[in-house]
Design a protein around this ligand. Structure first.
Ligand code: TYM
Length: 347
């Protein structure tokens, strides 16, 4: 079975962008693939997170992913920091990737903003860790939103350079899976900006835990232009806000942009927004309820994540140990009798 890997940062409550752009496709890929899904807390701390907030967001993210339909009996769901193979391989990749490659990453430029000197060094090497996440499992398919395309191209460059430098054919090429009318959901306040769980404005996004009233209000207030809903896709040109709302509608309805425009074209935004909010509430209300249910039982959630980490380690540890051997590191010592955990006096 083809192995699939994807990750999500616990940097806030997941948005409808995360859902339509990524998580929904994760759910579909569970059929017929071997899937690993990871809450990437190592990535989250590339921007400072208050420790208690990070812990809460990590559990919330895991709960939301389960609520969206990730089935722990079929897929491995785990937290990145609980599988040390990620950090070990990321270090090797820090030494393979070139500064020039990282300098071209648009997401670093966006996130670092004007004060590049003040960004953490982790934020700069973020894509190397992402490449390691995938390579540590020899995963072949990576379902993501459109914003991750450049990072996945870099991941292939890194894998290829590793293979070339060490004269091996060890890390496979990966194939991005970027699907649907909502692979790039934009902010409700500004159609040129990506919708993000870490945007300071709550009005810019729909969170998966928003209630019906909040959703209706945010959609009603979403920015549009004065022209009505167009009748064909050509009418969306240079209208980023209109394109965004129509794309979200199409993704929620499971139809194409053309079909949505055939149904709603020529009408005002008022009725369109009402229909959109209704569809959104129908999709999100069960997810919010199921997220709350998981969060009500943090013991069960933590146990499920520990189990996921054990399953993830069983795949990643031998692959990363082999990468370390290829690089020329000495083998890890096998645990000796009388040492290691479980014996008084030993760590
Ligand atoms: P993150 O946490 O920003 O987002 C998680 C997933 O959601 C997608 N996404 C969107 N899709 C459509 N519209 C949007 N507005 C939108 N915002 C986010 C993202 O493309 C992503 O698929 N670097 C990654 C996490 C990561 C990862 C990995 C992904 C770490 N290691 C390995 C794949 C493989 C990130 O920050 O995602």
């Amino acid at each position: 079975m083809i192995r699939v890997f994807s990750g999500i940062q616990p940097s806030g409550i997941p948005t409808i962008g995360n859902y339509l752009g990524a998580i929904r496709n994760w759910v579909t890929l569970q059929e017929g693939h071997e899937c690993l899904f990871c809450v990437v807390d190592l990535h989250a701390i590339t921007v400072f997170q208050a420790p208690e907030t990070l812990r809460a967001h990590t559990r919330e993210m895991a709960a939301a992913v389960l609520a969206c339909g990730i089935d722990p009996a079929r897929s491995v769901l785990f937290v990145q920091s609980q599988v040390s193979a990620h950090a070990r391989l990321a270090w090797i990749f820090n030494c393979v990737a070139r500064l020039g490659w990282l300098n071209r990453m648009t997401q670093f430029k966006d996130k670092a903003g004007r004060d590049r000197e003040a960004a953490s060094s982790g934020l700069f090497v973020y894509p190397n860790l992402m490449a390691a996440d995938i390579a540590a499992y020899h995963a072949r398919r990576v379902p993501v939103g459109d914003d991750q395309r450049q990072h996945l191209e870099l991941a292939n460059d890194i894998a290829e350079k590793f293979n070339h430098d060490y004269g091996v054919d060890f890390f496979p090429r990966i194939e991005p899976v970027i699907l649907g009318a909502a692979a790039r959901v934009m902010s409700l306040r500004d159609g040129t900006k990506k919708m993000s769980k870490s945007d300071p404005s709550d009005q810019s996004r729909i969170s998966l835990t928003d209630g019906a009233d909040a959703i209706a209000l945010k959609i009603r207030r979403a920015k549009t232009d004065p022209a009505p809903v167009p009748e064909s896709e050509a009418g969306l040109a240079d209208r980023p806000e209109a394109r965004n709302l129509v794309g979200i509608y199409a993704a929620l309805a499971g139809s194409s942009v053309e079909q949505v425009l055939a149904e709603h074209g020529g009408r005002g935004w008022g009725p369109f927004k009402e229909a959109l909010a209704e569809r959104m509430v129908a999709t999100l209300a069960p997810i919010a309820a199921e997220t709350r249910r998981w969060l009500g039982d943090p013991g069960a959630l933590d146990a499920l994540l520990h189990e996921g980490a054990i399953r993830a380690r069983a795949i990643a540890d031998p692959i990363v140990a082999e990468a370390e051997r290829i690089v020329g590191f000495l083998e890890h010592a096998a645990p000796r009798a009388g040492f290691g955990p479980g014996r008084a006096g030993n760590p």
